[in-house]
Design a protein around this ligand. Structure first.
Ligand SMILES: Nc1ncnc2c1ncn2[C@@H]1O[C@H](COP(=O)(O)OP(=O)(O)O)[C@@H](O)[C@H]1O
Ligand SMILES: [Mg+2]
Length: 297
């Protein structure tokens, strides 16, 4: 973890208007974004396609310039070279060299960050373990990788410089439910290591259970921000769950509720999400734990 002060990310009135060839305003991609992401937090930037999520990430990395407002990252203006060395970035589409294998790819990016070979010898296999690429896949050329494997090697590449802040653009796109769950477990393990994660996604359900806080963007404007638990909680409804009641007792509970003045009482059996169900079925039917989450390095 870094010792310098400052929030992980802070934006003030951050706005981006893309111009057309003639310099005329074309698309207002981001409009007056005021955002603070604390260190050690997993923050979700959610919204449908075209809502300005990738634009926000590019502004934070200094890949494009703001039309108005400003952004600071790890206490420095966005785009400072020294800061970018402490950021890991998984783009929406990873442009990796198709003819390198997984191991070579990580060594290549490690050299770009001037990491000594001695350190890379240890770090590369550890990262490949972390993202769950086995011995066989790490020797295969990237052009043979499935979408899920490409996402994993992309994430390993984003982590090669042991960054403090990790920006993940649509990390679960193209992954099946098991891959999605593993990606979420990885994000949680990054948080456990004290890292800050900003993730963008249009797949709301995919990320709701890993984010501490989220904001929803729509047409470049921030619609809402808050803790996931609070945003999803239906405040005027109390839910009680219990096991082992028979029908008569359930009737008694119902009568008790109505004596207390409770209205529209429903007593049901809880449901699980389709994702949980799918993951459970696959795990139960997979021999020798092949589908368990990847080991941590
Ligand atoms: N380089 C660009 N030039 C012009 N318009 C762009 C450019 N990049 C993105 N846009 C537009 O800006 C809006 C926001 O895009 P983006 O940030 O990629 O959204 P998201 O990542 O949420 O899908 C969209 O309407 C998109 O078409
Ligand atoms: Mg995008």
């Amino acid at each position: 973890m870094s010792t310098s002060n400052g929030e992980a990310v802070q934006t003030e009135h951050l706005s981006k208007v893309y111009k057309d060839f003639w310099g005329r305003d074309k698309v207002r991609a981001l409009d007056d974004l005021n955002l603070t992401i604390h260190r050690g937090e997993v923050f979700g930037l959610l919204g449908p396609n075209g809502s300005g999520k990738s634009t926000t990430i590019k502004l934070l990395l200094g890949l494009i310039f703001a039309s108005r407002g400003r952004a600071s990252v790890l206490g420095q203006p966005a785009g400072s070279t020294r800061i970018n060395e402490r950021i890991g970035f998984l783009p929406e589409e990873s442009y990796l060299y198709r003819f390198l294998n997984g191991e070579e790819t990580l060594r290549f990016y490690g050299r770009l960050f001037r990491i000594p070979s001695r350190d890379l010898k240890k770090r590369v296999p550890a990262l490949l373990d972390t993202v769950g690429l086995d011995e066989k896949s790490r020797k295969r050329k990237l052009r043979e990788y499935s979408k899920g494997m490409a996402r994993r090697i992309g994430l390993a590449q984003a982590l090669i410089n042991n960054p403090d802040l990790i920006l993940l653009d649509e990390p679960t796109t193209g992954l099946d439910p098991i891959g999605t769950r593993e990606m979420k477990d990885l994000i949680l393990s990054l948080k456990a290591q004290g890292k800050t994660v900003l993730l963008c996604s249009h797949l709301l359900a995919d990320v709701q259970d890993v984010c501490d806080r989220i904001t929803i963007l729509f047409k470049g404007k921030m619609q809402t921000i808050g803790e996931v638990r609070d945003l999803l909680q239906v405040k005027d409804i109390t839910q009680v769950q219990t096991r082992g009641l028979n029908e008569t007792q359930i009737q008694e509970v119902r009568q008790f509720m109505s004596r207390l003045g409770g209205q529209e009482t429903t007593i049901t059996h809880p449901t699980t999400t389709l994702e949980d169900l799918f993951v459970r079925i696959v795990r139960e039917n997979t021999p020798d734990n092949a589908a368990t989450p990847p080991r941590q390095a």
